[in-house]
Write a protein that binds this ligand. Sequence first.
Ligand SMILES: Nc1nc2c(ncn2[C@@H]2O[C@H](COP(=O)(O)OP(=O)(O)O)[C@@H](O)[C@H]2O)c(=O)[nH]1
Ligand SMILES: [Mg+2]
Length: 142
Amino acid sequence: MIKPDGVVRGLIGEIISRLERKGLKIVALKMIKIDRKKAEKLYEQHKGKDFFKELIDYVTSAPVVVMIVEGRDATKVVRKIIGKTDPIEAEPGTIRFDLAMTIGKNIIHAADSKERADIEMKLFFNDNEIMNYKRVDENWIY
Ligand SMILES: Nc1nc2c(ncn2[C@@H]2O[C@H](COP(=O)(O)OP(=O)(O)O)[C@@H](O)[C@H]2O)c(=O)[nH]1
Ligand SMILES: [Mg+2]
């Protein structure tokens, strides 16, 4: 999910492009405004933490772009591409290091396990919004 700062700062294309160039296949994509209820569900693991309210305020403050990507070990690959939670601790070359400065504005979210990915994709997409197609370069990526 491209967070509000990623959208408002005009980084949608840059972020999607990094995922596509790696070889990940985008199978669902849309821009939405998350309501607080959905945001709290997305971040249910963090309920009770001191930054929780700030986090919910942040992700509901402007539109976000949600997507589902497919590929070999997609969850792990996306987590590597986005980098560590604090953009200063993230490695150069990651989205968070290259494009963000602070943990409270780290421009992108990604599920941290296959189990969370399954839960989170259902939060944002119906089955009929998930596309089935083949990238023309698939045989050259794998
Ligand atoms: N303001 C603030 N936000 C935080 C802090 N820690 C985490 N967050 C936010 O909460 C999100 C979820 O935290 P976490 O699951 O630990 O990190 P992620 O999986 O790498 O996004 C982060 O991406 C940040 O947007 C913090 O200490 N302060
Ligand atoms: Mg997380």
